[in-house]
Design a protein around this ligand. Structure first.
Ligand SMILES: [Zn+2]
Length: 250
């Protein structure tokens, strides 16, 4: 969600015997030299700081909240350990647009290779039913579906906003810790795995990034804009946060 594309990614600090990595985003509009720290639901630590904040000031702010940060990151790692890696075998559950399907792997001749939703199944027809080829076929399908679904939602939401903006360019990029971002030039990047989430949650992410075209950081004005166009966005975000581990377990 946050614009990590522009973040400085190579920061870290020691907490006890742990090294905690974090990203720093410089925010030109940030006032009062305030530094704020977030731990994303997926475990990434992000620090918002004014452009002129010194390295020492940032490290001091992060160390002051070291226990809180480390606790959140450790909780994330514990939960993730409980999520088993996907096997890509028949019977495994697979989410698409918020609905659960069962994977059905079928071995076929090369002319019949396909991935399709059929009733309550996602049917993956491959020549080689090994994990890797089923995984690759599924990922290709996800990207295709993501491209179509996101383009349609983007167009619809832009039309509803009535901001007289052309529909911004959109690209897909699989990411570990974020759903989307918006570049200063106005290009949206969305995580293709988001297409597994319910449409309401996809719309929330798309609107969130579109609001960054007008408000580049998470200022009160940004949230006012989001509230205006989607008063129920907090529920949608909460739902998406709860699904994050399952969706990002690829
Ligand atoms: Zn944002």
């Amino acid at each position: 969600m946050r614009n990590l594309a522009l973040a400085e990614l190579d920061w870290s600090f020691h907490y006890g015997s742990d090294v905690v990595h974090f990203a720093v985003r410089r925010q030109p509009q940030r006032r009062n030299s305030s530094i704020s720290i977030h731990v994303e639901p997926e475990g990434a630590v992000v620090v918002d700081a004014p452009v002129d904040a010194s390295r020492d000031a940032i490290l001091a702010a992060v160390r002051r909240r070291g226990r809180w940060i480390q606790g959140h990151v450790a909780g994330f790692l514990r939960r993730r350990q409980n999520v088993l890696p996907r096997e890509y075998v028949s019977g495994e559950s697979f989410m698409y647009l918020g609905r659960r399907y069962r994977l059905k792997v079928i071995q076929v001749e090369s002319a019949e290779v396909s991935v399709k939703l059929r009733g309550s199944h996602l049917e993956v027809r491959v020549t080689d039913p090994q994990r890797q080829s089923v995984c690759e076929a599924t990922k290709r399908w996800i990207r295709e579906r993501a491209r179509d679904v996101f383009a349609e939602r983007l167009k619809t939401i832009v039309a509803e906003l009535n901001w007289r903006l052309p529909t911004p360019a959109m690209r897909l990029q699989a990411m570990q810790v974020q759903w989307g971002s918006c570049s200063p030039g106005g290009r949206l990047t969305l995580n293709p795995w988001l297409v597994k989430a319910p449409r309401d949650c996809i719309d929330y992410v798309v609107l969130h990034e579109l609001c960054h075209l007008k408000e580049h950081n998470h200022s009160p004005r940004f949230y006012k804009l989001l509230d205006k166009h989607m008063p129920q966005w907090r529920n949608r975000k909460k739902r998406l946060d709860e699904l994050a581990e399952s969706i990002l377990n690829t």
